[in-house]
Design a protein around this ligand. Structure first.
Ligand SMILES: NC(=O)c1ccc[n+]([C@@H]2O[C@H](COP(=O)([O-])OP(=O)(O)OC[C@H]3O[C@@H](n4cnc5c(N)ncnc54)[C@H](OP(=O)(O)O)[C@@H]3O)[C@@H](O)[C@H]2O)c1
Length: 275
């Protein structure tokens, strides 16, 4: 029988690296640190090794479809699929960045929503029975949801929103920013927030689909917030260390065999949050 395997995206630094370190200690199987840049990934694996922690490495740039499909084929071939997938890779423009809002919207949604969706499209079919899928979203996505028009809020919270409808809405946000009409269309002025509202909603849609299409496989898929964490993304003033930020993603990755919840939820500090 193949070993069990856990895969963490964007894990050469920050919260992703802390998730890999903790999984290496707690997950009964092989843990893959993945990075878009082979050099940065190799350095991260070496730094873990110097701590006595052994992680494997595979290149994975979520913005590159051929990288996603190559990685999915590798895990399918070598391990028969994936037991734990943590979609952690993400980007955020700095507040001081003066890139036009339309550019920020396009670039941010491309990675945080569309590329993470590509990961899910190609990896969900190879998630093994009993698998755990964790999408690292953000509390900012909840705040952003509450700032959307009533009509958009209703759609994001509904049980019948489809993946196609969500994708259309996310693309509509990006398109509307190009003509500065996004506010009239009910969207708030935060590209990062909208990307994470989309990712949490996508998590709920895909969890419902898993329950329907693979009811006996016991796969649990959730979105979570790591908290406000000291990383290159959030800066040095954040209250949590990367290790503290890893707690909820690792908890969701290691939900015990036979557990039935949480599933399709947004989780923070190991607690299901109101959406
Ligand atoms: N820090 C916080 O307070 C906070 C709060 C809520 C949610 N989050 C979420 O937590 C996750 C991790 O954030 P972080 O704070 O650890 O940020 P970080 O230190 O900036 O790390 C982000 C990681 O994602 C990787 N990445 C970016 N684009 C990628 C791509 N196309 N393919 C593969 N990897 C890619 C980066 O790789 P490179 O080194 O190559 O750039 C890096 O390894 C993100 O999804 C973020 O939105 C963070």
């Amino acid at each position: 029988m193949s070993s069990r395997v856990a895969v963490v995206t964007g894990s050469n630094k920050g919260i992703g690296l802390a998730i890999v370190r903790d999984l290496c200690k707690k997950f009964p199987g092989v843990v893959y640190l993945t990075a878009r840049d082979v050099g940065r990934g190799g350095e991260a694996v070496a730094s873990l090794s110097s701590e006595g922690v052994t992680a494997m490495f595979h290149q994975l740039d979520i913005n590159d479809l051929s990288s996603i499909t190559a990685a999915a084929a590798y895990f399918k071939d070598k391990y028969g699929g994936v037991d734990v997938l943590v979609n952690n890779a993400g980007i955020a423009f700095k507040v001081a960045d003066d890139a036009p809002f339309a550019v920020q919207a396009d670039v941010t949604l491309k990675t945080n929503f569309f590329a993470t969706r590509d990961m899910l499209t190609h990896f969900l079919p190879i998630i093994k029975a009993g698998g755990r899928v964790v999408n690292v979203s953000s509390f900012v996505g909840v705040r952003t949801l509450n700032m959307c028009s009533a009509a958009l809020q209703q759609r994001f919270r509904s049980d019948d929103i489809t993946e196609d409808e969500l994708v259309t809405l996310m693309q509509q946000f990006v398109d509307k920013t190009k003509t500065a009409e996004h506010k009239q269309a009910g969207w708030p002025e935060t590209a990062y927030g909208v990307s994470k509202t989309g990712l949490t909603t996508l998590s709920m849609i895909l969890a419902r689909r898993l329950s329907k299409e693979r009811p006996n496989d016991g796969i649990l898929l959730n979105a979570c917030c790591p908290g406000w964490v000291r990383t290159d993304m959030a800066g040095p003033k954040a209250p949590k260390s990367p290790e503290e930020g890893a707690v909820t993603p690792v908890y969701l990755s290691l939900l015990p065999a036979g557990a039935t919840d949480p599933h399709g939820k947004f989780v923070s500090d190991k607690e299901v949050q109101v959406w």
